[in-house]
Design a protein around this ligand. Sequence first.
Ligand code: PMP
Length: 404
Amino acid sequence: LWQNVPLAPPDSIFKLTAAYKADTFEQKINLGVGAYRDDNDKPWVLPVVRKAEEIILNSVALDHEYLPITGLPEFTVAAAKLILGSDSTALSQGRVTSVQTISGTGANHLGALFLSRFYQFAENKEIYLSDPTWANHPAIFNNVGIAPVYYPYYDPKTIGLNYDGFISSLKSAPSGSIFLIHACAHNPTGVDPTREQWGAIADIMLEKEHYGFFDCAYQGFASGDLDNDAWAVRFFVDKGVKMLVCQSFAKNAGLYGERVGALHIVSPTKEAAERVKSQLSVLQRSEISNPPTYGARIVTLILNNTSLFSEWKRDISTMAGRIIDMRKELHKILTEELHTPGNWDHIVNQIGMFSFTGITPEQSKALTEKAHIYLTVNGRISMTGLNRNNIRYFATSLDAAVRG
Ligand code: PMP
């Protein structure tokens, strides 16, 4: 049995973490993992999450019954407001179907599965993904029989957005194509379009009747402000672009392992939204029956209580602020102290958890082999792996790798 099962390679990010853990070098640094670390390189449970957990623990009324198939209603309603805005017309018109999912990955999967069943594909059953994108995207769409194709996104020459390439791809794709769009803090590049560029992207999407598959895994992490980071999503919904949004609370609430997320599908009418909901329920039932309770209860408390919500916003600023400080510090050491060859402005211009350093795969490998600094070979670093204790070691190692 299983003679025909080939051995699959291990996941590159998890492999990197395993190699880091096995390394005994004292100054080793892990810049692979996309999870927040505090200034002492420790995972951070948000103080507001601790408070919500205490409330849950002390609540005798809570049991361990199943949630409804589409999730905790107080959660999905509040989550929709968080991403679409409490003044959203689509929401007040009842045109949004929201379903609780297994974090952002589950939202991507359920959205992909729904489209694979019900979307009237332009020509081929395919989705346009940014080049590059989160490593899991192609696998998620392949799993449901939607083939990934790529649109230009990143320009290695400017270490910024390949705006013209993106625009011409939107224009040349068959009408009604699906485009996956990172709502903010693009993973892996940290490069987002400007508001003006978003405007032009939305105009073409409307004109060509493209469908927007928005993935929002970092709301709050890009700028430190939840509303600001939801700007593009709200703008596209208001413009009337056909779209759905995948939402994750892994990063902004630090609830990685609790798997809290939601899928929001915007429909043209309330009646269509109801039919969409009925089909999402059928799909969800066969896949997971019903989503998990714990993380959703935490997020529900935070979103529906004014003082917890304000506290959450402060916690988010703490995380986003530390990342921005690290960007500034790294930029300063490279440019003012070490005079490292090249332009490093992208370190401060990029946003979110990740930064694309622009170094070559050879330089990345040299960092790992010579300096015990673990990062993906494409030169992406997770800024949260840097802190006051290791940033100088990282900067000098990067400087040495760049100089060869
Ligand atoms: N989309 C993107 C772009 C991501 O970077 C991530 C997290 N790495 C996710 C979705 C989903 O993560 P999770 O399932 O942990 O919410």
